[in-house]
Design a protein around this ligand. Sequence first.
Ligand code: FAD
Length: 427
Amino acid sequence: MSRSDLDTDVVIAGGGLAGATLALALGQAMPRLRITVVEAFPLSPNALPDSYQPSYDSRSTALAWGSKMIFEDLGLWPRLSRHATPIRQIHVSDRGRFGASRLNAEEHGQEALGYVVDNRWLGLSLMAALGELPGLSWRAPAEVADVEAKTSGMAVFLLENGEHRSLTAQCVVIADGGRSGLRERLGFPVSRSDYGQHALIANVSTSEPHDFVAYERFTDAGPMALLPADGPDGAGSTSALVWTLSKEKLDEMLACSDEQKCARLQERFGWRLGRFVRIGSCNHYPLVLNTVTEAVRPGIALVGNAAHTLHPVAGQGFNLALRGLMSLVEQFRLADGRGQSLGNLSVLNAWQESHRADWKRTVRFSDSLIRIFGSDTPGLAVARDMGLVGLDLFPEARRWFARQAMGLGGRKAEALPLDRAGAKNHD
Ligand SMILES: Cc1cc2nc3c(=O)[nH]c(=O)nc-3n(C[C@H](O)[C@H](O)[C@H](O)COP(=O)(O)OP(=O)(O)OC[C@H]3O[C@@H](n4cnc5c(N)ncnc54)[C@H](O)[C@@H]3O)c2cc1C
């Protein structure tokens, strides 16, 4: 079967943050490519449903500086930036201990270390941009039920409007999220580690302005992050809370009145932002570290949360996914230029190799941050005090930490606009 006999070139299973961004990047880089996105929820370009949708919910995402540059390249930043709150400083501290460290954007010659954008705005912006892609076929609500490799390409089986349909494609990219049914169905081995914790998410208002500071605070009841979240011109009193708690503490917290929730927060976080005056509706997510050991097979690639689900306090999951998506687009572009099928295993292996070091480093960074700072073990508590003090004392250590947080840890000096502006890679 020739390529033109296939129904489409790439099927993306899942139109969440990862799938939608991939569709946009692919559509821009390879305008002749036929791309089909299959999304289980009834959302489509130029329309998000009012009801809950797993990717574009009430969470906020901290986009690293490197991710901002990717969205600039995709032409999405002018729109995203309208509601993006810059993070000018990250303050890392340990409740009840002396260690603390501050990372400043200025010190790195940048206007911000990253930006906080609410997921719904990210979704609306992505959907608006996808609406302008001519080669895109968007099928929703529809589910990819199964995928099979055939000699001619990939067969993709869909369930759409209660009917079974099938499509053929060169390659299927699985972006169906952390609980990926397709990953399970296809038997990709997953290394799992349950943190035994849940993330409580809410927007909070404080009596003092955040001054564009993001706080990462490690407490004996679990790590918490407070991210500035009311837009570039906001009053500065709204922050997005991510608080990791045991199941028991989470249940206690959910049973509290808003006043009691604010009081508990105050007790754990302290008074750096003045009084907690209001807390919005609370959502919660179980926390696991899931990573596949291999993300490719002939004709299949796993991306986003389907490939790696990280702890959210370090704010690295989507940032890592984005970098992986951009390198996948690059490998597809090179393969297309050589006349190779996009599902060819050597193409997909080349992608996996190009992304592997960044993937491993980011998983290690995010996991060790949680394990070291989330632990009550006395030796570790002292070590982390020393670590935080060390971060403050040693510019190279702080620089390394900041580059991880900015999503620039693994970048080659010449590869990024930031680096063209003078920063060097210190990995
Ligand atoms: C509390 C919290 C805070 C976070 N904060 C940050 C942060 O600050 N910075 C950061 O970088 N990352 C953060 N993350 C991680 C980030 O949210 C994820 O990396 C991102 O949502 C992953 O997107 P995804 O598209 O891979 O998966 P999802 O968002 O789960 O999307 C999967 C999509 O696939 C669809 N789907 C499922 N099954 C099928 C099927 N069979 N067929 C078709 N469609 C299907 C679903 O409907 C959904 O739309 C956070 C995560 C959490 C939980």
